[in-house]
Design a protein around this ligand. Structure first.
Ligand code: FES
Length: 149
């Protein structure tokens, strides 16, 4: 199998401004994120500044500009989940995995606080690598995370 490179990917697109976003989405999907080196290559190919490429990438949540951890844990910290103890769930994850929310110090796990997912009646809500868990408690949390250790 031929290994995809960023050059292979961007050559699939005509060097026109309208193709910057689709190219970024594809690079992020293939490599998991868009690196600084990718931004430089794209800027040269599309004939725009690096800041224009980075600005476009940063605007969309689905395009990552940092290497992603193996396991991404996201916990809602909006009003209804907070009322249902989401902050104690965040603390429990921090203690259990020895990580801090927002820090990427651990290469395996990253914990993020996120805004409402629209599942407010079933909070606190936690997402692990895209899989949603509702009504999370301290005891159910250990079972959920145990599957990712
Ligand atoms: S407040 Fe957490 S899902 Fe809405």
């Amino acid at each position: 199998m031929i290994k995809k490179t960023i050059q292979n990917i961007i050559l699939e697109f005509e060097p026109e401004a309208k193709n910057i976003l689709p190219a970024l989405k594809k690079i992020s999907a293939v490599f998991g994120y868009v690196s600084e080196e990718d931004v430089k290559i794209m800027a040269e190919y599309f004939g725009v500044s690096e800041s224009k490429i980075f600005e476009t990438a940063s605007f969309y949540d689905e395009i990552k500009t940092e290497k992603q951890p193996e396991i991404l844990i996201q916990i809602c910290n909006s009003a209804n989940c907070t009322v249902n103890n989401s902050f104690s769930i965040i603390s429990e994850v921090e203690n259990f995995l020895k990580i801090k929310a927002g820090s990427s110090a651990s290469s395996k796990f990253k914990l993020e606080e996120i805004s409402c997912l629209g599942r407010c009646a079933d909070g606190p809500v936690m997402v692990v690598n895209g899989k949603i868990f509702e009504r999370v408690t301290k005891s159910s949390l250990h079972g959920i995370l145990g599957e990712y250790l």
